[in-house]
Design a protein around this ligand. Structure first.
Ligand code: HXC
Length: 298
């Protein structure tokens, strides 16, 4: 799908994208590159990084791949330094690296719970912490007339209510959202860095979708969606462009939900055709025979 943004909205910017070699992270890398940014992608698997970098370069995008695990502060530091050494600045950090699997709470080990918190929550903190030096107003590579850079943390909506077999991810994404707001407050005030999040719904063609919603139940799930369709990676990339570019210059501390309204959805307990009739009957009945408070209280 065509982008509604001008092709130069990120011209001259450098984006570091964790988990940028696959899924939503790769689409953000591609769209940011197509809109003028140079791209550094970070991931654990060399072959995934190599393939992604070669795809990006074939589109004429300046891109490098940097191997590392966001859970390790030393990897975060090395990758951030390498991105800066290569491109001479860092303007945007996207934390898209995440870990997930389905598990009933009672079957999940402490290490299973901790692993997902480590990747999603600690990893996001590590990357933000190491990138601060370069993102802050007046940091290396930034000219003094421009403000600070921007951060986007990819979250989820699982923890807004509760989600089956996702206690570890719900806890991790709640921590990510808290991190987004706290950094927006501290770093927005002190360094003019904007920190926002995006909470995607089910997005077709992603590792998350195939892990969490196996093919056999995808059609069933679709029936519960207000917009009756899966989201596209493009939807998330466009939200990221909006938040990272000048369009989002007054947006700070927001986690934007991009899920077609899915997290609000609940089963309809009464058919629409039956509502009018039933509600009149109930109304008539209650007028004929008032119920509730004793007459002395009326
Ligand atoms: C129960 C499991 C498990 C499973 C792993 N564990 N898989 N427990 N059910 N299916 C437990 C292990 O037994 C172990 O605990 C602990 O988790 C760590 O497992 P490792 O395999 O050693 O960890 P690691 O190699 O670091 O791999 C991390 C991973 C893996 C998260 C488990 O799946 C991974 O690397 N994923 C990255 C890619 C990914 O998941 N992408 C999808 C993101 S989707 P014990 O006690 O045995 O030592 C996404 C969407 C979120 O984030 C929002 C959706 C709406």
């Amino acid at each position: 799908m065509e982008s509604p943004f001008k092709p130069d909205v990120l011209k001259g910017k450098v984006a570091l994208i964790t988990g940028g070699g696959s899924g939503i992270g790769f689409e953000i890398s591609t769209q940011f590159g197509k809109h003028g940014a140079s791209i550094a992608i970070m991931g654990r698997r060399k072959q995934v990084l190599d393939a992604a970098v070669s795809d990006l370069r074939s589109l004429g995008i300046a891109a490098i791949g940097l191997e590392g695990d966001v859970r390790k502060p030393e990897d975060a530091r090395r990758v951030v330094e390498s991105a800066y050494q290569h491109f001479g600045r860092i303007d945007i950090l996207i934390n898209a690296a995440a870990g997930n699997f389905l598990s009933a709470a009672e079957d999940l080990s402490t290490n299973g719970f901790r692993t997902v918190l480590d990747i999603d929550a600690v990893g996001t903190f590590n990357m933000c912490h190491e990138a601060l030096k370069y993102l802050k107003k007046g940091g290396p590579g930034r000219d003094s007339s421009t403000g600070g850079g921007s951060i986007i943390n990819i979250s989820a909506t699982l923890h807004y209510t509760a989600s089956w077999y996702q206690i570890h991810v719900s806890a991790a994404k709640a921590a990510v959202d808290a991190t987004t707001r706290n950094l927006a407050l501290e770093w927005g005030t002190d360094y003019e860095i904007r920190v926002n999040g995006i909470a995607p719904g089910p997005i077709g063609g992603t590792p998350g979708m195939s892990k969490l919603v196996p093919d056999e139940i995808q059609n069933k799930t679709r029936e519960l969606m207000p917009l009756y369709k899966l989201g596209e990676k493009w939807d998330i990339a466009m939200a990221a462009l909006y938040l990272s570019g000048d369009t989002g210059k007054y947006v700070n501390g927001l986690t934007m939900v991009v899920d077609g309204g899915l997290w609000l959805s609940k089963p309809r307990h009464l058919a629409k055709e039956a509502v009018k009739e039933l509600s009149r009957v109930v109304e008539k009945r209650s007028r004929a025979k008032p119920v509730g408070l004793p007459t002395s209280k009326l």
